[in-house]
Design a protein around this ligand. Sequence first.
Ligand code: TXD
Length: 315
Amino acid sequence: MARKKIALIGAGNIGGTLAHLCALKGLGDVVLYDVIDGLPQGKALDLLEAGPIEGYDVNIIGTMSYADIQGADVCIVTAGLARKPGMSRDDLLGINCKIMRQVSENIAQYAPNAFVIVITNPLDAMVTLTKRVTGFAKNKVVGQAGVLDSSRYRTFIAQELKVSVRNVTAMVLGGHGDDMVPVRSYCQVAGMPIERLITAQRLEEIENRTRQAGGEIVALLKTGSAFYSPASAAIQMAEAYLYDKKQILPCAAYLEGEYGINGVYFGVPVQVGAGGVERVIELTLSEKEKQEMQVSVSHVQELVAAMDKVLAASA
Ligand code: TXD
């Protein structure tokens, strides 16, 4: 059986980490694309030369030519600018819009059957743009935010209770902004509801830290944003697709009436398998969580409206 082909558009911090994870997990042959001459080629060669030590046989190439992504099974997009201290994700809108339009046109041309996972910020707008420009069906374009945000929430809860991260299940829904929605009512530790284990006040603090967790890392790194954990999150989504796992994961999915939301990408639990985003799962939320989802979706709608203005101005 031929190996799968995974195209990584953007070979920066997340792109390089994605390539490393693809190789270590033997997910498929990797094509690393970037516009900075030498960057994708250098990272690809470096990773290839780790192959004999790690024991992977996958091929990894670095390129500045979209023709090399021809026929990719999965495209993971990180092309664009990352945040610096003092910036919000939304500050990236203008520049990343232009980059993502170009990236999407090329994916449509060279990898028309790919499952596309968008990571570039502002996430909810960039994944909406990708679907529009590629013209791909909604099941083939998805955004990564919720897997990471949930992993952050799970990390802080595991630390608080001094239990294995494996015992903590949780979902963070909504847009990938500071008004994301940690869904307390579905958070459990080894099956026990979290509200029985941690006080409401302490949970509030943990949830606030989760909402600010991206910024916490930007403030520490100063030159960019988180990259190990976003890469791990996208790889979990790619594996669910490539291995037809039917795994339920919180992802930015295109909604058509689910949760009362229409026509935008928004973080909800979805089932990912060989069909891509196979189904949206509708949770029963508390009144407070419903309200939080409303606040978050109106922010995403504003962001998409701002994106439309940028696109109209540059058309
Ligand atoms: O959970 C999430 N969704 C995120 C998103 C978590 C963390 C960071 N997230 C966002 O991912 C971040 O705000 C950025 O928008 C992207 C990529 O983050 P990364 O940390 O990898 O940024 P880098 O290291 O700056 O890499 C971006 C690369 C860089 O090498 C550029 O040369 C390249 O993108 N780039 C392009 N590639 C292809 N095509 C074009 N036009 C292009 N322009 C820049």
